[in-house]
Design a protein around this ligand. Sequence first.
Ligand code: NAD
Length: 360
Amino acid sequence: MEYKIGVIRGDGIGPEIVNEAVKVLDAVSGKYGFTLKYTDIDMGGCSIDKYGVPLTDEAIDAAKASDAVLMGSIGGDAKTSSWYKLEPSKRPEAGLLAIRKELNLFANLRPSMLYDELKGACPLSEVTADKGFDMIIVRELTGGLYFGERYTKNSHGIETAVDTLSYDEVEIRRAAIKAFDIAMKRNRKVTLVDKANVLDSSRLWRKVTAKVAESYPDVDYDTMLVDNAAMQLVKDPAQFDVILTENMFGDILSDEAAMITGSIGMLPSASLNDTKFGLYEPSGGSAPDIAGKNVANPIATILSASMMLRYSLDQDEASDAIDAAVKQVLKDGYRTGDIMSDGCTKVNTDEMGNLIAGKL
Ligand code: NAD
C-alpha cells in the first residue's frame, strides 16, 4: 500500500519537528508494510519569502492531491518579523485559514491525555490526576458564531453589536458522524456538549446527533450542558472519551482540556473533511524563540503523524505502535527541555526523534 503525504514544514521550529515525525513515520511504515510518498508543500512565511503569498494555488493543488497532510507550524515573531508588516490577508496565518477553507476541514480534533510519567505537571488534584484521562474533543470548525452574520449599529447614540449563531442539520450531521466514527476507534463513548436549555441551535444539535447515534448502537451516547462540562473537565475528566461540540464551545473547552494535561506542547491535533483526508499538526505554534536550536519537543508532531495513520490511512496498528513508543521513551526518563524534570535525561529534538524511531 502506498499513500501520498503532503508535508508542510513551515516556519520556526516547523522543519525541525516535522523531520523527526517523518523519521518516525519511515520507521513505522517499514515495519507495518506500507509506503509513504512525501510531497513538500510551502505555506506560511517560507511561502511569502519565495512567492510573495502565504499559500499558492499550486500548494493547494498539492494538498488536495494528497491522502493527508502533515504540518509543522507557520508564523514568526509578530514584533520583529517583516511578514507582519504585510496586510493581514498576506500574513503567514492567512495561509492556514485559506487551506482549511479550500480543503473544507470542518471537524477539528484535539486529544487531551495525561501521561503517567508527566502527572506531576497536571494542575488538578492528586486524586484526579491519579485516575488519569484520555479524551478527544471533536469541535465543529466552520460554522456557528464565528462564521455567522455580524454587525454593529448605532441607534440614537446607543451602540449595539450583533453576532449570529446558526447551524443547519447538514453541518451538524457530518460533525456528529466524525465523532461517532472516532469513538468506534476508541472507547465507544460520545458526549454531546451544548446549551440546549437555552439555544435553538443546541436543540437542533441534540435532535440531529440523537438520530446519528441510532446508527452506532455500540457507542454509549450522552449529552451535557456546556457549563457543567466546563466543571466536569476539572472535577472528573476520566469520564470523557469523545466530546462532540459546536465551534465556540469547542474553542474554549479544547484549551481547558489541553491545560489540564499540564504539557500543552505534547498535544497533537487534526482537522478533517468529509472524506478520509485530514491536516495534522501540533497544537503549539512555530516557537520562533527556540527555532533552529534543536531543542524543540517533537512529540506533538510525532503524535500528529500517529493520528494521521489512524484517522486518514486506517493504519491503526502502526499508530498504536507510535503511541506506545512515545510512552516508553517517556517512561525511560528522556525529556526535551520543555518537559524536563529532576532525575530525567535531557535530550535534543533529533535525539528524541531517534529514541522514538528506535523503539519501533
Ligand atoms: P508558540 O506555541 O509558538 O510558543 C509559545 C511558547 O511555547 C514558547 O515559549 C515556545 O518556545 C514554546 N513551545 C511551543 N512549541 C514548543 C515545542 N514543540 N517544544 C518546546 N517548546 C515549545 O506560540 P506563540 O509564541 O504565541 O506563537 C508563535 C508563532 O506561531 C506566531 O506566529 C503564531 O501565529 C504561530 N502559531 C502558529 C500555529 C499553527 O501553525 N497552527 C498555531 C499557533 C501559533
